[in-house]
Design a protein around this ligand. Structure first.
Ligand SMILES: C[S@@+](CC[C@H](N)C(=O)[O-])C[C@H]1O[C@@H](n2cnc3c(N)ncnc32)[C@H](O)[C@@H]1O
Length: 288
């Protein structure tokens, strides 16, 4: 590296609190910077790799999203993001690892809910299984079903903590979602899609879930107060990468209702929100 250029980069990283600047020319890791190390629990290393790879290039096309409301990703990379990943095992692995690094930050409201009456959790779009394995470790009475695209599920089969109490199901959540669960989990799935596609996924879950089942959505909730919030930036990222969006609580309520679910509660934690919903039954509709 060029010493002068390196020092100028490091100086900016120190100003952003990723490093601590010592006596002239020395820098150390700050607590925030340490989260970018490769091998720390909940490492954000892979997530940053994702952001500087295909995501950074996709943002060059953000003007396309602004003009059309469509994702820039396909106009820059030639294919929708998930199809692009399916052709590239190494990028797919990086994507899964990047998501898994974020899982532990989002888990808090999910792990803290009362799981005593649940038996089988179907994690719809569960990626490499990190979330499910954390949940099964905390709740020894639960069984899990990891459902995702076939090539993603195949790569997840060896994930730690999933061997004994988990089934693996490959498929397309626009086609069919596995039946037999009493809790269906959609963690960071619906924000990948526009409303029409998100409603289709919800209806597939509605078709699979029993009348007493519960749907748990782990997502962001955009505050409607005009103040800065990271979800507002993530919302644009979802637009540029996937044509998806973050949603306000009222938008979640409407979307869930269109998909056949009634919103029961929203628990907002530091890094994510847990939205609980139950299936709308014929009886509910008759009562209305
Ligand atoms: C943003 S990741 C979320 C992963 C995980 N739930 C989490 O919380 O980190 C979206 C997931 O949706 C999966 N996915 C995309 N399209 C799908 C489809 N048509 N059917 C099933 N899974 C799909 C992707 O493979 C990916 O694992």
């Amino acid at each position: 590296m060029d010493a002068d250029a390196l020092e100028r980069f490091l100086r900016v990283l120190a100003a952003e609190e990723l490093l601590v600047e010592g006596p002239i020319g020395t820098f150390g890791l700050s607590l925030v910077g340490a989260e970018l190390c490769r091998d720390v629990p909940g490492s954000l290393h892979h997530f940053v790799e994702l952001m500087v790879g295909e995501s950074y290039a996709a943002w060059a096309g953000a003007g396309h999203s602004l003009r059309t409301g469509e994702p820039a990703f396909a106009s820059v990379h030639g294919k929708p993001y998930f199809a692009w990943l399916a052709d590239r095992p190494e990028d797919q692995r990086r994507f899964n690892d990047g998501q898994a690094g974020l899982v532990e930050r989002r888990l808090e409201p999910l792990l803290d809910r009362d799981w005593s009456s649940a038996r089988t959790v179907v994690d719809v779009g569960g990626g490499n299984g990190r979330l499910l394995s954390c949940l099964l470790a905390r709740q020894p009475h639960l069984r899990g079903v990891l459902f995702d695209l076939p090539h993603v599920v195949d790569a997840a089969r060896t994930a730690d903590g999933l061997e004994e109490r988990c089934e693996f199901a490959g498929g397309d959540f626009f086609g069919e979602v596995p039946r037999g669960g009493d809790v269906y989990l959609l963690a960071q799935i619906l924000h990948d899609w526009d409303d029409a596609a998100a409603v289709k996924i919800l209806r597939r879950c509605r078709a699979a879930i029993g009348p007493e089942g519960r749907l748990l959505v782990v997502e962001q909730v955009i505050r409607e107060d005009g103040r800065p919030h990271p979800a507002k930036q993530l919302d644009l990222h979802m637009l540029v990468m996937l044509g998806g969006r973050e949603r306000t609580e009222s938008a979640w309520r409407r979307l869930l209702a269109e998909g056949g679910f009634a919103l029961d509660s929203v628990t907002v934690a530091a890094r994510s929100a847990l939205i609980e919903a139950r299936p709308i039954t014929h009886q509910d509709e008759e009562e209305r």
